[in-house]
Design a protein. Sequence first.
Length: 240
Amino acid sequence: MDVIAASATPRVPVVDLAGAVVGTFPVHRIYCVGRNYAEHAREMGAAAPASKAERGVPTFFMKPADAIAVDGKVPYPAATSQLHHEVELVVALGRDANGVVAPEDAEALVFGYGVGLDLTRRDLQAAAKAKGLPWDTAKGFDQSAPLSALLPVDEAGDLSSARIVLEVNGEPRQQSSLDHMLWNVADILYELSLLYALRAGDLVFMGTPAGVGPLLPGDAFHARIDGLPELQGSITAPLR
């Protein structure tokens, strides 16, 4: 018998091509990919490979499942004065992996796709980096993962060269295409499976292109990837 009330499982709406909600997706874990676009790696002061052949091993970090925010209203977080946006393709897994996932088998695990923001307390991240410490407080805070509804993979079509865009207050901030990712979805699921037991309900934030920057209370954001549900919302006043 539980000795305390169990927390509710975070859930993300699932929609069809017409935008009608057809169900919900219960979230198990959130994996995130760092430095998956060479230009973003360079803007953050990191070395970036000249080609995919030189890319090495991907960088991973995690957010708690309840960091998901699906209502579009994100309060400005505590303990920072530098909240930054990072727009990303989000992959939702619909099947458990049986051990290591070969790249050619990876797509069979995918339930669907969405677009999300990896919100970051950049000042806390910079301070942690300077001391060689983990980034957890910079990445894994409450409501740090705003996410659109998910579209099932069989309705999403080919996203390999889809455009990814983030606008803040109607002005473009980040623009690229998914074929600029150093590691594609199959690559990343293979690499993750070497480290973790992948499960249905897992989400993977696939990394952000260049152009990351600040968000302030009152700012409105609009994130989109061609062919997927869009993410719109705003940064509200801090919770105190």
